[in-house]
Ligand binder design. Sequence first.
Ligand code: SAM
Ligand code: SF4
Length: 445
Amino acid sequence: MYEGPSPVRNGRRAFLLVSNIRGGETGNIQAFKQTEVSRVCQGRVHATIADRRELAKTALTPGELIDTSIHLDESTEPVTGQDMFALTEICHDGFIELDVRDIARMLQARPGDETESLFACADRIRKRFVGDSVHIRGIIEFSNYCVRNCLYCGLRRDNHKLSRYRMTPDEILTASQNGIQSGYRTIVLQSGEDPYYSAQDIALIVEGIKSFRDVAVTLSIGERARSEYAAMRSAGADRFLLKHETADAKLYQQLHPGASLKTRVECLQNLKSLGFQVGSGFIVGLPGQDISTIAEDIALLKLLDCDMAGIGPFIPHPDTPLASYPAGDVTMTLKALAVARQALPYANFPVTTALSTLRQDGRQLALSCGGNVIMPNITPAKYRALYEIYPDSASLKDPEDGGIREIAGMLKAIGREVSTTKGDTLPKERRSIPTVDSNNHERMR
Ligand code: SAM
Ligand code: SF4
C-alpha cells in the first residue's frame, strides 16, 4: 500500500447541519430531530441512550450546526449499507473524513438496495456540490510513442506491432482550433510518455491554444521533472492528469517496470504545488487488486486533494503481457466512482472512455453515479485507431467534432445540461457547505 502519511479522519465528532425543517412547526421539528438522531445513531456513529436523549432535547434552528457529541464506533458493530450512506451525507454536513475502512465497507455494498443507495447518494452529493452541469473537454491524442512499458497498455514501448505517430505542433493547434470552434472550453492534450516533445515545445503549443480564446488547457503527458512542469504551467497550462493507477506500491512496481508509486506521487505533488488543478485516478480490475486496494486508491485521491479523478475499468489488450486477464467489473467501477464522489464532493469526475467501451450506456451510468465530465475524442480521424490503449475504444465512434451536439441532447434527456464555463474546480477557500434541499432528505427516509 501507499506508505506516505495516512489520510486519517480529522475529527471524532459529528456535526449535523440543520437545513431541512419545513414550516418550522413544532411537530415538524420533533419529527426531524427524531429522524436525524436515529440516522446519526445508526450511521455507524455510536451514541449511548443518554447521548440520544441529550440530542433529542437539543433546540434546533434551521441553518445551525449542532455538535452531536458522539464518537465514531471503533467496534465491528454490523452496519448496513443504507446506514453508511446516511453517514456520508452527514459527513458532508460536518467534518468527519471517510477513512479507508469506511470506504472499503461502502465498496462492499451488496447488489440491490445497498448498491442503489450508494449510487443515489453519490448522485445527490454530485448535484449538491457541483450541480447538474456537465463539463465537456475535447481530447487530442497527439502522440502514441511511449518510453514506458506499463504491462496493461497497448502503447507500451515493447508493443512493436503498433504503428507509431506524432502530430506536429501545427496539426495540434489546428485540431485545438477546430475543437474551440465546435464549442469546447477545455482542450486536453494527451500522449504516451514521449520526450520527443520538449517542455518548451509543449509550452509553445499551450501558448498557441490560449491565444485562440479563453479556454483551459489540460495536459496528460506523463512524468516530467518539476522544472518542466513549471515551464508548462508558466505558459498557461491549467490542469494536469496523471493517474496514480494503483495505490498498492508493490503492485505498482510489478505493473510499471522501472517506475515507482513514490515518484508518481511526487510528480502529483509537484504539479499541485505549481498551481495546476491536478487529476489522478486509477484502474479498476487490475490483476492482483482487491477491494482494500481500491479503498486505498480512493483514500489516496483524497490525500492528494485531487481536483479531478479518472476511474475506469481495466480492458485487456491482446499485445500486452496482461492479454489473458479479464476486464474490470463495470459495477465495481461505478461503485468506486460513487464512493470517490462522496470522499471528494467538489472534484470533477470524468466518465472514462474505458467504461463506455465496456458498456454502451457507460456515459449515462457514470453520470448517475457521481460523474460530471465527458471527454469526447477530437483527434483527427487518421490517427485515432493508432492510439490503441485497449481494443475497440468507444472514442473511435466519436464524430470528428467529438459529437458535442449529440451529447447536449443526451444530457437534456437525463435532466442535465452542458456547462457554459471552463469547468475549473472550485478553489478551497471558496468552498462552503451547500444546504440540502428538502427533497434530498425526503428521499433518504
Ligand atoms: N501516458 C500518459 C500516462 O500514462 O499518464 C497518458 C496516456 S495513458 C494512455 C492514459 C491512461 O490510460 C492511463 O492513465 C491508464 O490508466 C489508461 N490505460 C492504459 N491502458 C489501459 C487498459 N488496458 N485498460 C484501462 N485503462 C488503461
Ligand atoms: Fe505509456 Fe501511459 Fe500507456 Fe503507460 S499508460 S504505457 S505511460 S501511454
